[in-house]
Design a protein. Structure first.
Length: 201
């Protein structure tokens, strides 16, 4: 099953962080990691007040592979470099499908949601109804309902969802669509949380 690293990073020393950013792709790539979103100014809030300054979404074969990379001697050294130049949170979450490492065309768009369900019965109606609207706009779940495991920081999502669409425009079309409008109201009545749009690349 696929797995993802999600990072919400606040850079405090740009020069040192640039060294880290230049070195980390070879390290993660050696473990089959593929960046889906990486960098500053990639996100905008859809709901709530979450707006990462620098966001990372990376796909791996499975959780064990992520942990092998994260705890490797090479990455431990890079972690020290990153932590000396930034603060933030890293977590790992299991995906819903095998990884799609061949995804190389275009700039996908993502919706990342951290949802706290307040009315389980009503939310279940939303959960059952929403997949058809996502599919109608060409979207798919990468992560659905996972809590994630925190590797660093204090972010503890209750229900983590990551959706992928062909472009940022397309994810916004789905989010603002008449097909999703009533379901969005249903979700908002049965939960609270933060949602962001993120541009791939």
């Amino acid at each position: 099953m696929s797995a993802y690293v999600i990072g919400d990073i606040n850079v405090t020393d740009p020069e040192t962080f640039a060294k880290y950013a230049g070195l980390v792709p070879a390290s993660s790539g050696a473990f089959g990691g593929k960046y889906l979103v990486r960098g500053p100014d990639k996100c905008e809030p859809a709901e709530g007040d979450w707006n990462p300054k620098r966001f990372v979404l990376a796909e791996y074969k499975d959780v064990d592979t992520i942990k092998a990379w994260y705890y490797s001697d090479e990455y431990k050294e890079l972690t020290k470099l990153r932590q000396s130049a930034s603060t933030g949170t890293l977590l790992v979450a299991e995906g819903v499908e095998p990884p799609e490492q061949g995804r190389d065309s275009g700039k996908p768009g993502y919706l990342v949601a951290d949802i706290d369900v307040t009315d389980a019965d009503t939310f279940e109606k939303y959960r059952v109804g929403v997949p058809a609207t996502i599919a109608a706009y060409g979207g798919k779940y990468l992560i659905r309902g996972a809590q994630g495991e925190v590797l660093e920081g204090s972010w503890n999502p209750k229900r983590l969802v990551v959706l992928e669409f062909e472009s940022l425009i397309r994810v916004k079309e789905w989010y603002n669509s008449p097909e999703y409008a009533d379901l969005k109201k249903l979700r908002q009545s049965a939960s609270k949380g933060n949602l962001i749009f993120a541009e791939g690349g």
